[in-house]
Ligand binder design. Structure first.
Ligand SMILES: CC(=O)SCCNC(=O)CCNC(=O)[C@H](O)C(C)(C)COP(=O)(O)OP(=O)(O)OC[C@H]1O[C@@H](n2cnc3c(N)ncnc32)[C@H](O)[C@@H]1OP(=O)(O)O
Length: 441
Protein backbone atom coordinates (compact mmCIF):
# COMPACT_ATOMS: atom_id res chain seq x y z
CA UNK A 1 0.00 0.00 0.00
CA UNK A 2 1.54 3.34 -0.94
CA UNK A 3 1.76 6.03 1.70
CA UNK A 4 0.01 8.60 -0.39
CA UNK A 5 -1.52 8.81 -3.82
CA UNK A 6 -2.42 12.25 -5.09
CA UNK A 7 -5.34 12.62 -7.46
CA UNK A 8 -5.23 16.02 -9.17
CA UNK A 9 -8.72 15.45 -10.64
CA UNK A 10 -10.56 15.91 -7.36
CA UNK A 11 -7.71 17.66 -5.50
CA UNK A 12 -7.52 15.03 -2.79
CA UNK A 13 -5.11 12.26 -1.92
CA UNK A 14 -5.38 8.88 -0.21
CA UNK A 15 -3.09 8.45 2.80
CA UNK A 16 -2.41 5.81 5.43
CA UNK A 17 -3.70 6.89 8.83
CA UNK A 18 -1.85 6.20 12.09
CA UNK A 19 -2.68 6.51 15.81
CA UNK A 20 -1.23 10.05 15.60
CA UNK A 21 -4.31 10.93 13.51
CA UNK A 22 -6.71 10.11 16.37
CA UNK A 23 -7.97 13.68 16.94
CA UNK A 24 -8.34 14.24 13.20
CA UNK A 25 -10.38 11.06 12.95
CA UNK A 26 -12.55 12.06 15.93
CA UNK A 27 -13.26 15.46 14.38
CA UNK A 28 -14.10 13.86 11.04
CA UNK A 29 -16.37 11.20 12.59
CA UNK A 30 -18.32 13.80 14.59
CA UNK A 31 -18.80 15.79 11.41
CA UNK A 32 -19.89 12.86 9.25
CA UNK A 33 -22.14 11.02 11.69
CA UNK A 34 -23.18 13.99 13.92
CA UNK A 35 -23.47 11.50 16.78
CA UNK A 36 -21.02 13.13 19.13
CA UNK A 37 -19.91 10.98 22.07
CA UNK A 38 -19.39 13.47 24.90
CA UNK A 39 -16.26 13.10 26.99
CA UNK A 40 -14.51 10.77 24.57
CA UNK A 41 -11.06 11.59 23.25
CA UNK A 42 -9.58 10.74 19.89
CA UNK A 43 -7.77 7.85 21.58
CA UNK A 44 -11.13 6.45 22.78
CA UNK A 45 -12.51 6.67 19.24
CA UNK A 46 -9.66 4.85 17.52
CA UNK A 47 -9.05 2.28 20.23
CA UNK A 48 -10.26 -0.59 18.06
CA UNK A 49 -9.09 0.55 14.63
CA UNK A 50 -6.62 -1.63 12.77
CA UNK A 51 -4.12 0.95 11.55
CA UNK A 52 -2.61 -1.47 9.07
CA UNK A 53 -5.94 -1.22 7.22
CA UNK A 54 -7.09 2.36 7.88
CA UNK A 55 -6.92 4.94 5.09
CA UNK A 56 -7.95 8.56 4.85
CA UNK A 57 -8.54 11.09 2.11
CA UNK A 58 -7.22 14.61 2.61
CA UNK A 59 -7.52 17.69 0.42
CA UNK A 60 -4.60 18.94 -1.63
CA UNK A 61 -4.11 22.72 -1.70
CA UNK A 62 -5.21 25.57 0.58
CA UNK A 63 -7.56 24.79 3.49
CA UNK A 64 -11.10 26.19 3.20
CA UNK A 65 -11.76 29.69 4.63
CA UNK A 66 -12.27 29.54 8.39
CA UNK A 67 -10.13 26.45 9.00
CA UNK A 68 -7.91 26.98 12.10
CA UNK A 69 -4.36 27.55 10.88
CA UNK A 70 -2.66 25.76 13.78
CA UNK A 71 -4.42 22.40 13.32
CA UNK A 72 -3.76 19.41 11.05
CA UNK A 73 -5.24 19.14 7.56
CA UNK A 74 -8.88 18.08 8.05
CA UNK A 75 -9.85 14.72 6.57
CA UNK A 76 -12.51 14.49 3.86
CA UNK A 77 -12.85 10.71 3.81
CA UNK A 78 -11.97 7.58 5.81
CA UNK A 79 -12.35 3.84 5.67
CA UNK A 80 -11.01 1.02 7.75
CA UNK A 81 -11.22 -2.77 7.76
CA UNK A 82 -10.79 -5.63 10.17
CA UNK A 83 -9.65 -9.13 9.38
CA UNK A 84 -12.74 -11.03 10.51
CA UNK A 85 -14.35 -14.40 9.85
CA UNK A 86 -17.70 -15.61 8.59
CA UNK A 87 -19.34 -19.01 8.97
CA UNK A 88 -20.21 -20.18 5.46
CA UNK A 89 -21.92 -23.34 4.19
CA UNK A 90 -19.58 -26.30 4.18
CA UNK A 91 -19.81 -29.46 2.09
CA UNK A 92 -23.07 -31.38 2.39
CA UNK A 93 -24.68 -29.45 5.26
CA UNK A 94 -21.54 -28.77 7.33
CA UNK A 95 -20.34 -25.28 8.20
CA UNK A 96 -17.00 -23.75 7.18
CA UNK A 97 -15.33 -20.78 8.90
CA UNK A 98 -13.72 -18.48 6.33
CA UNK A 99 -11.68 -15.27 6.61
CA UNK A 100 -13.45 -12.08 5.59
CA UNK A 101 -12.34 -8.47 5.41
CA UNK A 102 -14.94 -6.41 7.28
CA UNK A 103 -15.21 -2.85 5.96
CA UNK A 104 -16.10 -0.19 8.50
CA UNK A 105 -15.76 3.50 9.38
CA UNK A 106 -16.61 4.59 5.83
CA UNK A 107 -17.39 8.28 5.56
CA UNK A 108 -17.03 11.28 3.27
CA UNK A 109 -17.14 14.92 4.41
CA UNK A 110 -20.58 16.42 3.57
CA UNK A 111 -18.89 19.22 1.56
CA UNK A 112 -17.11 16.65 -0.63
CA UNK A 113 -19.87 14.10 -1.20
CA UNK A 114 -20.90 12.85 -4.65
CA UNK A 115 -17.53 13.63 -6.21
CA UNK A 116 -16.36 10.04 -6.35
CA UNK A 117 -14.41 9.81 -3.07
CA UNK A 118 -16.28 6.73 -1.88
CA UNK A 119 -15.75 5.06 -5.25
CA UNK A 120 -12.05 5.77 -4.99
CA UNK A 121 -11.87 4.34 -1.47
CA UNK A 122 -13.81 1.22 -2.49
CA UNK A 123 -11.48 0.56 -5.42
CA UNK A 124 -8.50 1.09 -3.10
CA UNK A 125 -9.96 -1.35 -0.55
CA UNK A 126 -11.01 -4.11 -2.96
CA UNK A 127 -7.97 -3.91 -5.24
CA UNK A 128 -5.73 -3.86 -2.14
CA UNK A 129 -7.34 -7.08 -0.86
CA UNK A 130 -6.78 -8.73 -4.24
CA UNK A 131 -3.22 -7.45 -4.71
CA UNK A 132 -2.16 -8.54 -1.22
CA UNK A 133 -4.07 -11.82 -1.60
CA UNK A 134 -5.60 -11.04 1.80
CA UNK A 135 -9.11 -12.55 1.73
CA UNK A 136 -11.33 -13.62 -1.17
CA UNK A 137 -14.36 -12.30 0.73
CA UNK A 138 -15.25 -8.78 1.82
CA UNK A 139 -18.23 -7.91 3.98
CA UNK A 140 -19.93 -4.88 5.50
CA UNK A 141 -23.08 -3.57 7.17
CA UNK A 142 -24.49 -0.69 5.14
CA UNK A 143 -25.67 2.60 6.65
CA UNK A 144 -28.09 2.93 3.69
CA UNK A 145 -29.09 0.02 1.45
CA UNK A 146 -28.67 1.82 -1.88
CA UNK A 147 -24.93 2.36 -1.66
CA UNK A 148 -22.96 -0.87 -2.00
CA UNK A 149 -24.59 -2.97 -4.74
CA UNK A 150 -22.74 -0.88 -7.33
CA UNK A 151 -19.46 -2.00 -5.77
CA UNK A 152 -20.34 -5.69 -6.15
CA UNK A 153 -21.75 -6.40 -2.69
CA UNK A 154 -24.93 -8.48 -2.39
CA UNK A 155 -27.24 -8.64 0.62
CA UNK A 156 -26.32 -12.09 2.01
CA UNK A 157 -28.27 -12.22 5.26
CA UNK A 158 -31.12 -10.47 7.01
CA UNK A 159 -31.03 -8.90 10.42
CA UNK A 160 -34.29 -9.66 12.14
CA UNK A 161 -35.17 -7.96 15.40
CA UNK A 162 -37.71 -9.59 17.67
CA UNK A 163 -39.73 -7.64 20.26
CA UNK A 164 -41.25 -9.77 22.99
CA UNK A 165 -43.08 -9.04 26.20
CA UNK A 166 -41.69 -9.74 29.64
CA UNK A 167 -42.44 -13.31 30.63
CA UNK A 168 -42.83 -14.55 27.05
CA UNK A 169 -43.36 -18.27 27.19
CA UNK A 170 -40.98 -20.28 25.01
CA UNK A 171 -42.57 -23.63 24.05
CA UNK A 172 -39.67 -25.78 22.91
CA UNK A 173 -40.74 -29.31 23.86
CA UNK A 174 -39.73 -31.65 26.64
CA UNK A 175 -36.31 -32.59 25.29
CA UNK A 176 -35.12 -29.00 25.00
CA UNK A 177 -36.77 -28.09 28.31
CA UNK A 178 -34.71 -30.81 29.95
CA UNK A 179 -31.58 -29.67 28.17
CA UNK A 180 -32.16 -26.02 29.16
CA UNK A 181 -32.74 -26.98 32.80
CA UNK A 182 -29.13 -28.25 32.96
CA UNK A 183 -27.80 -24.82 31.99
CA UNK A 184 -27.00 -22.10 34.53
CA UNK A 185 -26.79 -18.39 33.65
CA UNK A 186 -25.29 -15.35 35.35
CA UNK A 187 -24.29 -11.87 34.25
CA UNK A 188 -21.44 -9.42 34.86
CA UNK A 189 -20.33 -6.05 33.44
CA UNK A 190 -19.20 -6.52 29.84
CA UNK A 191 -16.40 -3.93 29.90
CA UNK A 192 -13.60 -5.71 31.76
CA UNK A 193 -10.62 -7.80 30.72
CA UNK A 194 -12.14 -10.94 32.23
CA UNK A 195 -15.59 -10.48 30.67
CA UNK A 196 -14.09 -9.62 27.27
CA UNK A 197 -11.95 -12.78 27.30
CA UNK A 198 -14.92 -15.00 28.20
CA UNK A 199 -17.16 -13.24 25.66
CA UNK A 200 -14.64 -13.80 22.92
CA UNK A 201 -14.30 -17.47 23.79
CA UNK A 202 -18.08 -17.90 23.75
CA UNK A 203 -18.43 -15.85 20.56
CA UNK A 204 -15.97 -18.05 18.63
CA UNK A 205 -17.44 -21.27 20.03
CA UNK A 206 -21.01 -20.34 19.08
CA UNK A 207 -20.02 -18.99 15.65
CA UNK A 208 -18.83 -22.45 14.66
CA UNK A 209 -22.43 -23.64 15.04
CA UNK A 210 -24.20 -20.71 13.39
CA UNK A 211 -24.41 -20.12 9.64
CA UNK A 212 -23.66 -16.54 8.66
CA UNK A 213 -22.09 -15.50 11.94
CA UNK A 214 -19.37 -12.91 11.58
CA UNK A 215 -16.47 -13.28 13.99
CA UNK A 216 -14.25 -10.53 15.29
CA UNK A 217 -10.52 -11.04 15.69
CA UNK A 218 -8.58 -11.45 18.90
CA UNK A 219 -7.14 -7.93 18.51
CA UNK A 220 -10.57 -6.25 18.67
CA UNK A 221 -12.14 -8.49 21.33
CA UNK A 222 -11.19 -6.34 24.32
CA UNK A 223 -12.33 -3.04 22.87
CA UNK A 224 -15.50 -4.26 21.13
CA UNK A 225 -17.75 -3.72 24.14
CA UNK A 226 -15.95 -0.66 25.51
CA UNK A 227 -18.71 1.14 27.33
CA UNK A 228 -17.84 4.77 27.93
CA UNK A 229 -20.10 6.10 30.74
CA UNK A 230 -20.93 9.31 28.87
CA UNK A 231 -22.17 7.33 25.85
CA UNK A 232 -24.76 5.29 27.76
CA UNK A 233 -27.37 8.04 27.78
CA UNK A 234 -27.94 7.44 31.51
CA UNK A 235 -28.62 3.74 31.02
CA UNK A 236 -26.96 0.89 32.85
CA UNK A 237 -23.55 -0.45 31.80
CA UNK A 238 -23.46 -3.09 29.09
CA UNK A 239 -23.81 -6.55 30.63
CA UNK A 240 -22.45 -9.92 29.59
CA UNK A 241 -24.54 -12.99 30.39
CA UNK A 242 -22.97 -16.43 30.22
CA UNK A 243 -24.54 -19.88 29.90
CA UNK A 244 -22.72 -22.85 31.39
CA UNK A 245 -23.30 -26.58 31.55
CA UNK A 246 -21.32 -27.39 34.63
CA UNK A 247 -18.06 -25.58 33.91
CA UNK A 248 -18.42 -25.66 30.12
CA UNK A 249 -19.19 -22.28 28.52
CA UNK A 250 -22.10 -22.89 26.12
CA UNK A 251 -23.46 -19.47 25.27
CA UNK A 252 -23.55 -15.75 25.93
CA UNK A 253 -25.60 -12.61 25.57
CA UNK A 254 -24.64 -8.96 25.58
CA UNK A 255 -27.42 -6.64 26.70
CA UNK A 256 -28.42 -3.46 28.45
CA UNK A 257 -31.58 -2.64 30.40
CA UNK A 258 -33.25 0.75 30.02
CA UNK A 259 -35.39 1.87 32.96
CA UNK A 260 -38.88 3.22 32.10
CA UNK A 261 -42.09 3.86 34.05
CA UNK A 262 -45.54 4.58 32.63
CA UNK A 263 -48.04 7.23 33.79
CA UNK A 264 -49.66 4.70 36.13
CA UNK A 265 -46.34 4.19 37.94
CA UNK A 266 -45.90 0.72 36.51
CA UNK A 267 -42.45 -0.43 35.43
CA UNK A 268 -41.95 -0.70 31.65
CA UNK A 269 -38.20 -1.17 31.42
CA UNK A 270 -36.64 -2.51 28.22
CA UNK A 271 -34.00 -5.17 27.74
CA UNK A 272 -31.96 -4.63 24.56
CA UNK A 273 -30.07 -7.76 23.58
CA UNK A 274 -27.27 -6.85 21.22
CA UNK A 275 -25.74 -10.31 20.80
CA UNK A 276 -26.96 -13.78 21.70
CA UNK A 277 -25.25 -17.03 20.78
CA UNK A 278 -25.16 -20.61 21.96
CA UNK A 279 -23.45 -23.83 21.01
CA UNK A 280 -26.67 -25.83 21.41
CA UNK A 281 -30.44 -25.12 21.41
CA UNK A 282 -30.85 -25.91 25.13
CA UNK A 283 -28.36 -23.20 26.06
CA UNK A 284 -30.05 -20.73 23.69
CA UNK A 285 -33.38 -21.51 25.35
CA UNK A 286 -31.94 -21.04 28.85
CA UNK A 287 -30.45 -17.64 27.92
CA UNK A 288 -33.65 -16.46 26.22
CA UNK A 289 -35.78 -17.50 29.20
CA UNK A 290 -33.51 -15.57 31.56
CA UNK A 291 -33.53 -12.46 29.37
CA UNK A 292 -37.35 -12.22 29.26
CA UNK A 293 -37.55 -12.63 33.02
CA UNK A 294 -36.09 -9.44 34.49
CA UNK A 295 -38.09 -7.57 37.12
CA UNK A 296 -39.12 -3.98 36.30
CA UNK A 297 -39.15 -4.65 32.55
CA UNK A 298 -41.99 -4.91 30.02
CA UNK A 299 -40.25 -5.50 26.70
CA UNK A 300 -37.25 -7.41 25.38
CA UNK A 301 -35.72 -6.79 21.95
CA UNK A 302 -33.39 -9.36 20.44
CA UNK A 303 -31.37 -7.71 17.66
CA UNK A 304 -29.58 -9.36 14.71
CA UNK A 305 -31.51 -12.61 14.72
CA UNK A 306 -32.44 -14.70 11.68
CA UNK A 307 -35.76 -15.05 9.81
CA UNK A 308 -36.09 -18.68 10.96
CA UNK A 309 -34.76 -18.06 14.45
CA UNK A 310 -35.82 -20.70 17.02
CA UNK A 311 -36.73 -17.87 19.44
CA UNK A 312 -39.42 -16.69 17.02
CA UNK A 313 -41.05 -20.09 16.75
CA UNK A 314 -40.67 -20.98 20.44
CA UNK A 315 -42.51 -17.73 21.21
CA UNK A 316 -45.43 -18.62 18.90
CA UNK A 317 -44.40 -17.27 15.46
CA UNK A 318 -44.65 -13.92 13.68
CA UNK A 319 -48.09 -13.03 15.05
CA UNK A 320 -46.99 -13.52 18.64
CA UNK A 321 -43.82 -11.44 18.29
CA UNK A 322 -43.11 -8.11 16.61
CA UNK A 323 -40.67 -8.90 13.81
CA UNK A 324 -38.68 -6.30 11.91
CA UNK A 325 -36.57 -7.25 8.95
CA UNK A 326 -33.48 -5.43 7.60
CA UNK A 327 -30.58 -6.15 5.31
CA UNK A 328 -27.78 -7.66 7.42
CA UNK A 329 -24.37 -8.69 6.09
CA UNK A 330 -23.44 -7.54 2.57
CA UNK A 331 -20.88 -9.84 0.98
CA UNK A 332 -18.53 -9.28 -1.93
CA UNK A 333 -16.50 -11.94 -3.72
CA UNK A 334 -13.10 -10.25 -4.14
CA UNK A 335 -11.75 -13.27 -6.00
CA UNK A 336 -14.58 -15.30 -7.48
CA UNK A 337 -12.54 -18.47 -8.02
CA UNK A 338 -11.07 -18.60 -4.52
CA UNK A 339 -14.34 -17.68 -2.83
CA UNK A 340 -16.42 -20.25 -4.73
CA UNK A 341 -13.82 -22.94 -4.08
CA UNK A 342 -13.65 -22.14 -0.34
CA UNK A 343 -17.32 -22.74 0.54
CA UNK A 344 -19.12 -26.08 0.40
CA UNK A 345 -22.24 -27.05 -1.54
CA UNK A 346 -25.38 -29.00 -0.82
CA UNK A 347 -25.00 -31.19 -3.91
CA UNK A 348 -23.18 -31.71 -7.21
CA UNK A 349 -23.25 -29.19 -10.04
CA UNK A 350 -21.18 -28.45 -13.11
CA UNK A 351 -21.90 -25.02 -14.54
CA UNK A 352 -20.11 -22.27 -16.46
CA UNK A 353 -20.67 -18.80 -15.01
CA UNK A 354 -20.19 -15.60 -16.98
CA UNK A 355 -19.45 -13.13 -14.19
CA UNK A 356 -19.99 -9.40 -14.71
CA UNK A 357 -17.80 -7.23 -12.48
CA UNK A 358 -16.95 -3.60 -13.33
CA UNK A 359 -15.05 -2.86 -10.12
CA UNK A 360 -12.76 -5.93 -9.94
CA UNK A 361 -12.06 -6.70 -13.61
CA UNK A 362 -10.04 -9.87 -12.86
CA UNK A 363 -13.38 -11.52 -11.97
CA UNK A 364 -15.12 -10.53 -15.21
CA UNK A 365 -14.84 -13.68 -17.30
CA UNK A 366 -16.18 -17.23 -17.58
CA UNK A 367 -15.59 -19.63 -14.71
CA UNK A 368 -16.40 -23.34 -14.45
CA UNK A 369 -17.81 -24.29 -11.05
CA UNK A 370 -17.56 -28.07 -10.60
CA UNK A 371 -18.90 -29.61 -7.43
CA UNK A 372 -18.69 -33.33 -6.69
CA UNK A 373 -21.19 -35.53 -4.88
CA UNK A 374 -19.32 -34.77 -1.64
CA UNK A 375 -20.24 -31.06 -1.88
CA UNK A 376 -16.61 -29.99 -2.42
CA UNK A 377 -16.19 -27.59 -5.33
CA UNK A 378 -13.55 -26.01 -7.49
CA UNK A 379 -13.84 -22.91 -9.64
CA UNK A 380 -11.44 -22.43 -12.56
CA UNK A 381 -11.22 -20.12 -15.59
CA UNK A 382 -12.68 -21.54 -18.80
CA UNK A 383 -13.39 -20.53 -22.39
CA UNK A 384 -16.42 -22.82 -22.62
CA UNK A 385 -19.85 -21.34 -23.39
CA UNK A 386 -21.58 -19.91 -20.36
CA UNK A 387 -24.67 -21.48 -18.77
CA UNK A 388 -25.51 -18.56 -16.48
CA UNK A 389 -24.64 -14.86 -16.72
CA UNK A 390 -24.70 -12.97 -13.46
CA UNK A 391 -23.29 -9.89 -11.74
CA UNK A 392 -20.79 -10.58 -8.97
CA UNK A 393 -23.24 -9.21 -6.39
CA UNK A 394 -25.63 -12.10 -7.16
CA UNK A 395 -22.94 -14.53 -6.01
CA UNK A 396 -22.38 -12.45 -2.85
CA UNK A 397 -26.09 -12.51 -2.08
CA UNK A 398 -26.27 -16.31 -2.53
CA UNK A 399 -22.93 -17.09 -0.91
CA UNK A 400 -24.19 -17.88 2.58
CA UNK A 401 -26.99 -20.02 1.18
CA UNK A 402 -29.73 -17.53 1.94
CA UNK A 403 -30.75 -15.69 -1.23
CA UNK A 404 -31.49 -18.31 -3.90
CA UNK A 405 -30.09 -17.79 -7.39
CA UNK A 406 -33.53 -18.87 -8.68
CA UNK A 407 -35.16 -15.96 -6.83
CA UNK A 408 -32.55 -13.56 -8.21
CA UNK A 409 -33.23 -14.86 -11.73
CA UNK A 410 -36.96 -14.31 -11.20
CA UNK A 411 -36.14 -10.73 -10.19
CA UNK A 412 -34.20 -10.25 -13.44
CA UNK A 413 -30.77 -10.07 -11.81
CA UNK A 414 -29.47 -13.40 -13.18
CA UNK A 415 -29.75 -14.63 -16.78
CA UNK A 416 -30.09 -18.30 -17.67
CA UNK A 417 -28.31 -19.25 -20.91
CA UNK A 418 -28.70 -23.04 -20.67
CA UNK A 419 -32.12 -24.36 -19.59
CA UNK A 420 -32.03 -25.80 -16.05
CA UNK A 421 -28.62 -24.30 -15.15
CA UNK A 422 -30.00 -21.63 -12.81
CA UNK A 423 -31.96 -24.22 -10.84
CA UNK A 424 -28.97 -26.56 -10.53
CA UNK A 425 -26.68 -23.76 -9.37
CA UNK A 426 -29.31 -22.44 -7.00
CA UNK A 427 -29.87 -25.80 -5.34
CA UNK A 428 -26.17 -26.43 -4.88
CA UNK A 429 -25.67 -23.02 -3.23
CA UNK A 430 -28.65 -23.25 -0.85
CA UNK A 431 -28.14 -23.98 2.84
CA UNK A 432 -30.41 -25.81 5.25
CA UNK A 433 -31.23 -22.69 7.28
CA UNK A 434 -31.22 -18.93 6.86
CA UNK A 435 -27.90 -17.28 7.69
CA UNK A 436 -27.72 -15.00 10.71
CA UNK A 437 -26.71 -11.35 10.41
CA UNK A 438 -25.07 -12.02 13.79
CA UNK A 439 -22.88 -9.11 14.88
CA UNK A 440 -22.92 -5.46 13.89
CA UNK A 441 -19.64 -3.85 12.85
C1 LIG B 1 -19.49 0.05 5.69
C2 LIG B 1 -19.83 1.39 6.28
O1 LIG B 1 -19.07 1.94 7.01
S1 LIG B 1 -21.35 2.08 5.89
C3 LIG B 1 -21.19 3.79 6.28
C4 LIG B 1 -21.28 4.72 5.10
N1 LIG B 1 -21.15 6.09 5.59
C5 LIG B 1 -22.22 6.93 5.76
O2 LIG B 1 -23.36 6.61 5.50
C6 LIG B 1 -21.88 8.29 6.36
C7 LIG B 1 -22.62 9.44 5.65
N2 LIG B 1 -22.47 9.42 4.21
C8 LIG B 1 -21.26 9.57 3.59
O3 LIG B 1 -20.23 9.68 4.24
C9 LIG B 1 -21.21 9.59 2.06
O4 LIG B 1 -22.36 10.21 1.56
C10 LIG B 1 -21.09 8.17 1.43
C11 LIG B 1 -19.85 7.47 2.01
C12 LIG B 1 -22.31 7.32 1.73
C13 LIG B 1 -20.97 8.34 -0.09
O5 LIG B 1 -19.74 8.98 -0.41
P1 LIG B 1 -19.57 9.81 -1.77
O6 LIG B 1 -18.15 10.20 -1.85
O7 LIG B 1 -20.59 10.86 -1.82
O8 LIG B 1 -19.89 8.70 -2.86
P2 LIG B 1 -19.42 8.76 -4.38
O9 LIG B 1 -19.46 10.18 -4.86
O10 LIG B 1 -18.13 8.05 -4.54
O11 LIG B 1 -20.57 7.94 -5.05
C14 LIG B 1 -20.41 6.65 -5.58
C15 LIG B 1 -21.75 6.19 -6.05
O12 LIG B 1 -22.57 5.88 -4.91
C16 LIG B 1 -23.79 6.61 -4.98
N3 LIG B 1 -24.18 6.94 -3.62
C17 LIG B 1 -23.44 7.60 -2.73
N4 LIG B 1 -24.12 7.70 -1.56
C18 LIG B 1 -25.30 7.10 -1.75
C19 LIG B 1 -26.44 6.87 -0.91
N5 LIG B 1 -26.46 7.32 0.35
N6 LIG B 1 -27.49 6.18 -1.42
C20 LIG B 1 -27.45 5.73 -2.70
N7 LIG B 1 -26.40 5.92 -3.53
C21 LIG B 1 -25.34 6.60 -3.06
C22 LIG B 1 -23.47 7.82 -5.82
O13 LIG B 1 -24.63 8.36 -6.40
C23 LIG B 1 -22.53 7.23 -6.84
O14 LIG B 1 -23.31 6.53 -7.80
P3 LIG B 1 -22.77 6.21 -9.29
O15 LIG B 1 -21.69 5.19 -9.14
O16 LIG B 1 -23.97 5.66 -9.98
O17 LIG B 1 -22.27 7.50 -9.84
Amino acid sequence: MSLSEASPGDATRLVDLTPADAERIRHFEDLTWFEVAPGQTGADYVRNLDFTRTRGVEPVGPAPLGTPSDGPVPLVGTYSAWLMGVTAPGPDGDLTPLPMSGLTWVGVHPDHRRRGILRRMMVDHLHGLHDRDETPLAGLHASEPGIYGRFGYGGASSDVSLDMGRGTEFRAGETLDASASEVSTHFVDADSDEAAAALHRAHLATARHTLGTVTRGEDTARGWFADHPTSRGGHEPLRAMFAQRGTELTGYAVFRRVAKWNDDHQPEGEVRVRELGATDPGSLLALARRLVDFDLTGKVTFYDRSPDDPLLWWAGGPRAVRVRHYDGLWLRLVDVDKALTARGYSGPVDVVLDVVDDVCPWNARRWRLSVGADGVGSCLPTDADADVRLPVQALGAAYLGGRPIVAQAAAGQVTELTPGAVRRLSRAMRADSDPFGAIGF
